[in-house]
Design a protein around this ligand. Sequence first.
Ligand code: ZN
Length: 132
Amino acid sequence: MIQKIDHLGIAVKSIDAAMKVYTDILGLKVTGIETVEEQKVKTAFIPVGESKIELLESTSPDGPIAKFIEKRGEGIQHIALRVDNLEAKLKELKEKGVRLIDEKPRIGAGGAKIAFIHPKDTKGVLIELCER
Ligand code: ZN
């Protein structure tokens, strides 16, 4: 079951620079900065009520976030939906013929189990499913 919007992923060139928008201008607080080397990304989470904003900065010029910014500029990169059972949801999507970037869950920032649906099957929106 899909429970809520877990977070919005925003691609930025610099977390240090982008963070100021959310802290200095909007008065929010950053709760955790973490590097996920496997995905060549540094992340910062900013809680907003029940959801979060996830800032994503590439740790390498050939990482997925660097490529995204090159093509589309800084901005919203993905929407993450919280599910109660990621494996079951992936199985259900596969049965519906939906293309998945991750056929199996992998571990993302904060130790969450995550998997991405291919944006070609979601009208251009990169959707992350996550289970915490
Ligand atoms: Zn995310």
